[in-house]
Structure formats: C-alpha cells, structure tokens
Write a protein that binds this ligand. Structure first.
Ligand code: ATP
Ligand code: MG
Ligand code: MG
Length: 350
C-alpha cells in the first residue's frame, strides 16, 4: 500500500487522513504545531519547522506522494520536497492562491471575472486606488488572510490612513465591493490523467466573515450552475492541477465573479461526505494517488452547518444529522470545532 504525506495537521488534514485510511493507505503528517487534529488519526506525525530541510527530506523519503491541507505552505518547503517526491497539487497552485494579487491576475488572464482590484503598499496607493475603484470597497492583506481576518471595509468618507493601519500596513489589495445576489462555491477535482469532475455547486452563508452554512443545491438556474462548474474546470486545467480545489464565487446579475480559490479540500464541500457516494476527501486522495476519479454524484439535498466554539457542545444531541467533530481540545470562540450535515431526498424542497 502507499503512504500519503500531508503538509499541515488541521481538520482538513484530519479528514483527508480518514479518507486515506479507508482506502487502505498510511498517512504521515508534517506540522510544526503541537497536537494537531490530524495527528490523532495519522500513522505518524513529524513535528518540525517549515524551514527544517532535514526533516522535510526525511518526510519525503517515507511517503509516496505529498499533498497539503492549507494554502500557506512555505514555497521553500515545496522546493525541498518536489525533487524528492511528487507534490500534488503542484507549486503553481500555491503561488497563485497565496497572494490575492497573483490570484486575480491569473483569473483575469484566463478570462474569468473578479472584483476590480489594485495593489496597495501605502496610503498613497490606497488613495489613488480609492479614486479609481470607489466605495464601498474592501482592503485585504495580500497574504495569510482567512475567515475574513485582515480585511476592512471602506465606505464613502472612510479614512485611508485608518484602513492602512487596520491591515497592519501589510501589502494589500483594494477590491471593489461586489453587489452579489448570493455566494456559491464549486468543489472540483482533476485526476492525474487530466479528467475533471465537479460536485454540485453549494450556496454559502457567512457570519462575521466565517462560513456558517452551505446548502445544496444552490438556488441558481441550471445554466449558472453549469457555468460555475465549467469555470472551475478551466482553472484546474490552466493550473495543470491534480487534486481537489475550492472555487468561491459571487453570483451577480451580470454573471459569475470569482472571489478566491483554495488549492485544497474546502469547508464548503464538507456536505459531500453525507450527500455523495464519493466525498471531496476521498476524491482528493484518489486524484493525488493516481487513481481514477470517483463518482461524486449527489444522491441527496444537504445542509452543512459549522460548529464554532461552544456550538460543538450540542453535537451529541443532534441525532438526525451526520456529526463530524475535529477532536480539538480548546473550544475558543469562533474556532471551527466540527460541522453537522442534514440531508433529505433530492428535490424534496423545504
Ligand atoms: P476564507 O476563510 O474563505 O479563506 P478570507 O479571509 O479569504 O476567507 P474572503 O473570502 O476574501 O475572505 O472574504 C470573506 C467574505 O467577505 C466573502 O465570502 C464575502 O462574503 C465577503 N467579501 C469578500 N470580498 C468581497 C467583495 N469584493 N465584495 C463583496 N463581498 C466580499
Ligand atoms: Mg481565503
Ligand atoms: Mg473566502
């Protein structure tokens, strides 16, 4: 059997490890932080820094393929690993997804719409960009933001100085605010043979910048859902990608606008474990291990809700739903502790 190496030991790594185990594989996790959630279900954990070349080389020697569960993996670590072992998805996907400017440049270059945007490196560039893009708009750090962190909204009369301070004077992007009808995402996969498969688009509701709920099917016309799937396929092919990707989209009156891409399994795809024969985790493992992609057809309608902080205390009583907890000891407010998915027969409405 083969051994899968996972960079990062969070809940996504844990769910990938569970899927790999079910396919008879071994899992080796690389994570600098102590007691990672994925470590509880992995065969082996290496606790070492991202710049520890010896630890990375040892890790590479013990696995057949390397993947990652978060997009902020140090590219220097990838450069140590890639000559030693296949890394899937590859470096290019990380480069593009780590930097919001590189991401939008890439998306526009392949003909996909994004919010209007400008690179910001100080209050001067911010003031100039505000004149071009206008308000409302959002200033986001180029790198390392997640769950809406490192973002500030600008309205008419907002101070550029204050906004620049509130992103910590970090290199940023100013994005025009997209007047969307709803947010959807596509979880799609590309196999080693170049074949592409997508799960049905889900509709996402955020609270305080954090995903709260994903509902499938998304309330969009069939043509729009198909546009979303085709667009995800184009991204996968252009990146020569192998594995599962999450593509976050705004649905607007004039069409689909790409918010961002996540080069990994995605929180808005967790419903697939309850409503599809093959879920996003298994699909990712199949792809990176060179197996044919599985059948991700949806047999049920579904609603996935994240359990944040103390929400997870209610989990034992949720007897009519599929509960998934991540084994995290500390239930800090806003921390993703688990999720719960309810299904009903396809098309039953409600
Ligand atoms: P994630 O945890 O998904 O990686 P993130 O920190 O990268 O989140 P974004 O996805 O950029 O953040 O933004 C979070 C949410 O804020 C979006 O899902 C959307 O609801 C809103 N948002 C972000 N950018 C825009 C925009 N340009 N126009 C309108 N709404 C936006
Ligand atoms: Mg993001
Ligand atoms: Mg997002």
């Amino acid at each position: 059997g083969s051994t899968v190496g996972i960079l990062g030991g969070g809940q996504l790594g844990r769910m990938l490890a569970l899927a790999a185990a079910r396919l008879g594989m071994k899992v080796h996790v690389y994570e600098p932080a102590p007691e990672p959630p994925a470590g509880q279900v992995a065969n082996k954990v290496t606790r070492a820094a991202w710049d520890d070349a010896d630890a990375l080389a040892d890790f590479a020697a013990g696995v057949d393929v390397v993947t990652y569960e978060f997009e902020n993996v140090d590219l220097a670590a990838i450069d140590v690993l890639a000559p030693l072992v296949p890394v899937r998805p590859g470096r290019r996907a990380l480069e593009v997804a780590q930097d919001r400017i590189a991401e939008k440049d890439f998306l526009n270059a392949i003909g996909l719409a994004t919010a209007p945007y400008a690179a910001i490196d100080g209050t001067d560039t911010l003031e100039t960009a505000l004149e071009a893009i206008g308000t409302p708009s959002i200033l986001k750090t180029r790198r390392l933001g997640y769950d809406g962190k490192g973002q500030v909204r600008l309205d008419a009369g907002s101070s550029a100085d204050a906004a620049w301070l509130s992103v910590g004077k970090a290199p940023s992007v100013l994005e025009g605010f997209v007047d969307f009808e709803r947010e959807i995402s596509v979880i799609a996969a590309r196999g080693g043979d170049g074949s592409v498969a997508a799960f049905d688009p889900g509709e996402n509701e955020h609270r305080d910048g954090i995903l709260h709920k994903t509902t499938v099917p998304a309330r969009v016309p069939a043509g729009r859902a198909q546009d979303a799937v085709l667009l995800a396929g184009k991204i996968l092919t252009e990146l020569d990608y192998v594995g599962v990707i999450g593509v976050e989209l705004f649905v607007t009156r004039s069409g689909l606008v790409v918010n961002e891409i996540a080069p990994r399994v995605h929180n808005s795809g967790h419903w697939t474990e309850a409503a599809c024969l093959i879920d996003q985790f298994e699909q990712h493992i199949r792809a990176i291990c060179g197996w044919p992609l599985g059948d991700g057809a949806r047999h049920s309608d579904a609603e996935m809700v994240n359990l944040l902080g103390s929400d997870a205390e209610a989990a034992p009583g949720l007897t009519g739903a599929r509960v998934h907890l991540y084994g995290k000891a500390e239930a800090r407010p806003g921390r993703k502790m688990g999720h719960v998915t309810r299904i009903r027969p396809r098309g039953a409405g409600g």
